[in-house]
Write a protein that binds this ligand. Structure first.
Ligand code: HEC
Ligand code: HEC
Length: 255
């Protein structure tokens, strides 16, 4: 007895014929997906995936966690009961779309980037002054987050925005704080740990103070980053992003 109509079954099988991880990272597929995305999806999901009538596809954990075949299915069939329409395209075109959607939230290490990583390394460790506050593989300062795994844990877009607009999003555990101590002397740094009773304040030069809140005259958490907006050209920033994209502790399993 046939339980599943052949045509439905073929559709399911087809959807599961997933291209290799390498194919899904192919820049020509991603570019073709981007072109289709602008026409078919950008109106609802935002031209850079930032969201609108449909959800954000660039930063959300939803896409990052979804398996490739799930994304394929959602694009092809839509999401029943919501505004998300189906796109009954041929398989390859849907997979190119999946490749593009995936690229929006892919770690920087998998992105095709315009910058020159060698030039970026020279800037990062030299005139950019980044090592004063950031450590990579054990070398550098610790006022800012360790960037040893930056390429595996951040998208290229996140890296770029962190550098060009440090105040837009402050990395967790790196808020700036200014306090006036009991004797009237001020201290400024990054609040490493805080609760209702105490604060660990890390000064620029690396000195850590454990402060009891009750003993302080005032405490002010700043909405600005302890990181100064760097004086770099657009090209220099792209070079540094390319260098940071290469920083990963291990080469991730390719999926
Ligand atoms: C008319 C608006 C609209 C258009 C056009 C549209 N989407 Fe959506 N999309 C939505 C909405 C709304 C949701 C949220 C559905 C829900 O609530 O689960 C969604 C959800 C999604 C999801 C998540 C689905 C899941 O599995 O949870 C993906 C991926 C997605 N859209 C990709 C695309 C792509 C790629 C295109 C173009 C080929 C596209 N969308 C076109 C509105 C739209
Ligand atoms: C005076 C110290 C200081 C200097 C110099 C500095 N940074 Fe930062 N950086 C920080 C602090 C503090 C943060 C965390 C607060 C925030 O997110 O803005 C940060 C955050 C970052 C982040 C985001 C990290 C994350 O976890 O998402 C990146 C990327 C970054 N810096 C890159 C750079 C680069 C590249 C340079 C050199 C051009 C640089 N920084 C120079 C202090 C510094």
């Amino acid at each position: 007895m046939r339980r599943i109509p052949g045509i439905l079954f073929a559709g399911v099988l087809f959807a599961q014929q997933e291209p290799s991880a390498k194919q899904l990272l192919d820049p020509s597929w991603i570019n073709e997906g981007r072109r289709q995305y602008r026409l078919a999806c950008g109106g609802c999901h935002g031209i850079n995936g930032e969201g609108g009538r449909g959800p954000n596809l660039a930063d959300g954990a939803m896409v990052r966690r979804a398996k490739n075949d799930r994304l394929f299915y959602s694009v092809r069939n839509g999401v029943a009961g919501t505004d998300m329409p189906g796109f009954p395209w041929e398989g390859e075109k849907v997979w190119q779309m999946v490749a593009f959607v995936r690229s929006l939230s892919a770690p920087a290490q998998f992105a095709t980037l315009p910058g020159n990583a060698e030039a970026g390394a020279a800037l990062f460790h030299g005139k950019g002054g980044c090592t004063g506050c950031h450590m990579i593989r054990g070398a550098g300062g610790f006022t800012g987050p360790d960037l040893t795994d930056a390429g595996a844990t951040r998208t290229a877009k996140q890296l770029r925005e962190s550098i060009t607009n440090p105040n837009d999003r402050i990395a967790e555990g790196f808020e700036s704080v200014s306090v006036i101590q009991a004797d009237g002397s001020p201290l400024r740094g990054v609040a490493k740990n805080k609760n209702n009773y105490s604060i660990q304040l890390l000064e620029d030069r690396g000195k850590l103070h454990l402060l009891e809140r009750a003993s302080l005259k005032s405490v002010r958490f700043e909405t600005t980053s302890a990181m100064p907006k760097p004086d770099l050209t657009a090209k220099e920033i792209e070079d540094i992003v390319a260098y940071l994209a290469k920083q990963s502790v291990r080469v991730e399993a390719k999926r």
